[in-house]
Structures are given as C-alpha cells and as structure tokens.
Design a protein around this ligand. Structure first.
Ligand SMILES: *[C@@H]1O[C@H](CO)[C@@H](O)[C@H](O)[C@H]1NC(C)=O
Ligand SMILES: *[C@@H]1O[C@H](CO)[C@@H](O)[C@H](O)[C@H]1NC(C)=O
Ligand SMILES: *[C@@H]1O[C@H](CO)[C@@H](O)[C@H](O)[C@H]1NC(C)=O
Ligand SMILES: *[C@@H]1O[C@H](CO)[C@@H](O)[C@H](O)[C@H]1NC(C)=O
Ligand SMILES: *[C@@H]1O[C@H](CO)[C@@H](O)[C@H](O)[C@H]1NC(C)=O
Ligand SMILES: *[C@@H]1O[C@H](CO)[C@@H](O)[C@H](O)[C@H]1NC(C)=O
Length: 475
C-alpha cells in the first residue's frame, strides 16, 4: 500500500501535464549578444573588486616563510570576448575565456619566526583561462534554477615585483615560489564563480512568477516544464495564464500545444498562444467587466436614429403608441466569455451579447421593452510598427435573434442593419483609433526590444525581436 502511494506521489510530482501557453526562445544570436553585454558589466565591476587574501608558506633559502597577500585589486584587465555555447547535455550553457592577462596590485606580509615584515607588490597574471558550464532547471514552484556543472581555471604564468621591507630578500625567489601562488589563485577562482552562481540562484528563487496587470487581472508566468536546450537555442515554456485576482479561477479550457519555430536572425522570440489571450478575456468576463449601459447621450447627435421611443418606432411599431416620447437605454452584457481564434495572418473574435431595451419614465422608472441576442464576429490584424503593437478590427457578421418583447413586433432585419451600421460607424472607428495608436512594447529594466516583428500563426502569435541593452547612469 505505502510503496504504491509513494510511487503515485512521485508520478504526480513529475507530470506537469500542462502545455506552455507562452514560449520564450533565446537564439544563438541572443546568447552571443547577452554574453557580450555581461562581459562589459564584468569588465566594469572588476575594476572595483578586492580579492580575498591569499596566504601560505613557502620554502626559500632562509627556511619556511609564512606570507599573506592582501588588498589585491585589479589595475588592468582587458577581457577578451568569451566564447559561449548552448550545452545540450546539461541543459545549459558553456562559456570559456582564454588568454586573459591581469595586472594586480596589493600588499604583502611575511612572517619568519617572530620577524614580521611587509610592503606592497605588483603582480601580472598571464594567459588566464576559465571554462565554466552551468545547467538550467525548474524548481517545484516554477522558478528557473541555475547550477554550476563544471568549472576549470588555468594560469599560464605569473610575475611579481615586491616593494618595501625586506623585499630584496623575497624578490630573487619569485620564480621559485610563483607555482605555489599560481596554485593558490587557481584554487580560488572556481569556488568564487560558484558562489556567484549560488547568489544568482537565490535571486531566481525569490523572483515573482506572478504579476498584477491591473485591478482585475494577474498574469501567472511560472515555468511549465524544464528548459529545453538544443545546439542552437534555449526554449522556456511558461504557464502564461491570466486570472481574476479575486477568484483565482482557472478558465474552463486548457492550453493546446503549439510548435514555436526558431527565428535565428533574431535574438529572441516569444510565442503567445490563443490560450493566454483567451484566459485574459475569461478573467475580465468572470469579473463582470463585459457589460455596458448605452443611453442616448452616447449616440452621436448626427445619427438618424436616437434612443427614444419615437425614433425607435421604425423598428418596433407599437413602441411610440404604447410609450410616447420617452428616452430609452440598453443594457448590454456579454453572455459567454469571448474567445480569440488565431489563424495565419488574422485573428477572429466572436462576441455573444444580450441586449435589454428599456424605456425610462420621467421619474426614472425603467420599463422593460424587449430583449435580443446579438452575436457578432470580428476579425482583425495585429502588427508591430515603430516599436509599438498596433492593430485594426472589422466587423464580419452580426446576427440578431429576438428573445422576448413586451411591445409586439420587433423588425429584426431592419434592426440588424442599424446595429451593423452603428458598430461600423460608431464603435469600430473609436476602437481602431486606439489600436492604431498602439501600445508600447514592454521595456525591461535594462533592455529594450528593437527590430520586432509579429507573425500570426495558427493558434499563436510569434513575436521575434532583438534587444538593446540600455545605458543607465544609475545602477
Ligand atoms: C567602486 O567602489 C567605490 C567605493 O566602494 C564606489 O564609490 C564606486 O562607485 C564603485 N565604482 C563602481 C564602478 O562600481
Ligand atoms: C511579488 O509580488 C507581490 C504581489 O504582487 C508583491 O507584493 C511583491 O513585492 C513582489 N516581490 C518582488 C520581489 O517583486
Ligand atoms: C448616460 O450615461 C452616462 C454615463 O453612464 C451619464 O453620465 C449620462 O448622464 C447618461 N445620460 C442620460 C441622458 O441618461
Ligand atoms: C427622439 O429622437 C429624434 C431623432 O431621431 C428627435 O428628433 C426627438 O426629438 C427625440 N425625442 C426625444 C423625446 O428625445
Ligand atoms: C413613475 O411614473 C409612472 C407613470 O408616469 C408610475 O406608473 C410609476 O408608479 C412611477 N414610479 C415611481 C417609483 O414613482
Ligand atoms: C453570418 O451569420 C449567418 C448566420 O449565423 C451565417 O449564415 C453566415 O454564413 C455568416 N456570414 C459570414 C460572412 O460569416
């Protein structure tokens, strides 16, 4: 019994069973560019690093001398461009740097019996080489995790000049004990790098994987599975689900798998599935955001039809007789969460609404008149121009069905034409104006997307982009 429960638990915790709704692909171009940027940052920071002290004992002519090298800082270091590659076997990266020469300065202290001595030194390290491989994974809560898989450091040669104190005694023995110091420095490099990787891992662990978008929605972005690394790219699959902050309810549909093509000419690409977009619509819908009250002040003054019982008489002949000269309003609510359908080059959206028409008595009392269902099909295009996401929408089809009427016949066909004209002449121009202005592509803290292109595919949108590291004064 117990073993089978254990097996079940293991199986359960292993199956994520969830298709990623957002995929992020880093290409080799992106990896190289990222490494270049990181190298620049490291180069900057190296100027400011004080290395941990090195101490040991060396045997020179006079006997065993204890020494400490302290306050070591870099005076000159030109980082050669590292090479970096995707590392398929360990699901990560492998970076190496070769032929690095470093000039250091610091202070030396020696102890020989009870005699203490000290001074300063200049040191040059030649042909320093470092190879490091890191593996990527996913922790139980969907954070990216990073671990050091291997590290090796080599130092070609070392030279040192000692000043002050009895440095003239030490100096002749540099060739004799430099192997010892090389060994000490070498043995320090990988543990230091591993410390950095552990620090990075801690940062990743506390990173938020859920973000509030507005007062209604949050976006859940944990990894839905382990990262996938090939020889040419890294693919991160993210949950990519919007949810209603209040209810935290999942939508009644699941993410379908999609295959994101690689776009090697761009640094990164993001695949955004239908599911992600539809979970946002569902979130707004379940929060009751898709309803609106339309009254006559929203109808443009030049419109031939107005929301009053006389004007609406052309569609409902009984209306002016039964309720003369009253204003009307319309309660419009979406009855089913709308869903986008993504097709190559086009996005379609079906919206099902119920419209309840009321006459308003002068004392404010609402008299129900009739109820109709209006189903509309829209199609649209989305593209990126001027670093903005832009779009346009048109109405494909609208159908009206009468649900009930308290005022006799409703001329559905005529009303349908009016609704169609209303949507095309009033609603869509406003929507298209907003979509034409577009929204600025997200800007990361230290990077901006440039050269972005968008392609509509079946069931997903693929956005490919380069990124530009921003020069910021503050750090
Ligand atoms: C280097 O360190 C000093 C003192 O710790 C600090 O004032 C300075 O801003 C640092 N410079 C860089 C480039 O980090
Ligand atoms: C994570 O998100 C929560 C809630 O949205 C927020 O309160 C918190 O400050 C965030 N933490 C970080 C490190 O951004
Ligand atoms: C129509 O609705 C708007 C906003 O809901 C309101 O400000 C306006 O007074 C209403 N107009 C009429 C004529 O009821
Ligand atoms: C009803 O609308 C028509 C225009 O269609 C307008 O001429 C008329 O004055 C309006 N009546 C009321 C009571 O607002
Ligand atoms: C509002 O006026 C109508 C007739 O004009 C009347 O039948 C109804 O009782 C009134 N309602 C209220 C709440 O005064
Ligand atoms: C519009 O809707 C009607 C009724 O649902 C359907 O018969 C017709 O094919 C639709 N037209 C288009 C262009 O989708």
């Amino acid at each position: 019994m117990l073993p089978s429960v254990a097996v079940m638990l293991v199986l359960l915790s292993c199956t994520h069973g969830e298709n990623p709704a957002i995929q992020v692909i880093l290409t080799n171009k992106g990896l190289q560019h990222g490494m270049h940027a990181v190298t620049g940052l490291i180069q900057e920071q190296l100027k400011n690093i004080t290395f941990p002290d090195i101490s040991g004992r060396v045997n020179i002519l006079i006997g065993h001398v204890g020494y400490t090298l302290t306050g070591m800082t870099i005076t000159k270091c030109d980082l050669p461009e590292p090479t970096v590659k995707f590392f398929q076997e360990h699901t990560g990266f492998r970076a190496s740097i070769e032929g690095l020469n470093v000039a250091l300065t610091g202070n030396w202290l020696t102890q020989f019996g009870v005699i203490h001595d000290g001074g300063s030194f200049d040191m040059a390290i030649f042909n320093f080489a470092l190879t490091s491989a890191v593996g990527l994974g996913r922790d139980a809560r969907g954070h990216l995790s990073v671990t050091s898989v291997s590290c090796s450091a080599e130092i070609g040669d070392l030279d040192a000049k000692f000043y002050g104190g009895a440095s003239w005694i030490i100096q002749p023995f540099v060739d004799h004990f430099k192997g010892h110091i090389i060994g000490k420095i070498k043995s320090r490099v990988c543990p230091l790098l591993e410390e950095y990787i552990v620090m990075l891992e801690h940062h990743l662990q506390v990173m938020n994987v859920s973000f509030e978008v507005d007062q209604v929605l949050a976006l859940d972005l944990p990894l839905s599975g382990s990262p996938i690394v090939s020889a040419t790219s890294m693919n991160l699959g993210l949950k990519g689900e919007f949810y209603n902050i209040k209810t935290h309810e999942d939508p009644p549909f699941v993410a379908q798998p999609f295959i994101m093509p690689e776009y090697p000419d761009y640094m990164l690409s993001v695949g955004l599935s239908e599911f992600t977009l539809n979970s946002a619509l569902y979130g707004y819908f379940s929060a009751g955001k898709f309803q609106i009250l339309i009254n006559d002040s929203m109808i443009p003054p030049e419109s031939p039809v107005h929301l009053n019982t006389s004007s609406m008489g052309i569609f409902v002949p009984q209306l002016p007789k039964q309720f003369p000269d009253l204003l009307m309003d319309l309660q419009v609510y979406v009855t089913k969460a709308p869903k986008f359908s993504l097709q190559p080059g086009v996005v379609q959206l079906g919206v099902q609404t119920t419209v309840k028409a009321f006459a308003i008595e002068p004392n404010g009392t609402h008299i129900p008149l009739f109820t109709i269902n209006v189903n509309s099909m829209f199609s649209g295009k989305v593209w990126i121009a001027g670093e903005r996401l832009r779009g346009s929408v048109m109405l494909d089809n609208v159908t009206l069905t009468l649900v009930s009427s308290e005022v006799g016949t409703v001329k559905i066909a005529a009303l349908k034409n009016a609704v169609r004209v209303g949507i095309k002449a009033v609603v869509l121009p406003k929507v298209n104006e907003k979509l034409g202005e577009g929204i600025i592509l997200p800007r990361l803290r230290k990077a901006q997307l440039i050269n972005s292109v968008l392609k509509m595919e079946k069931r997903f949108i693929a956005i490919s982009s380069d990124a530009q590291i921003l020069q910021t004064e503050d750090d």
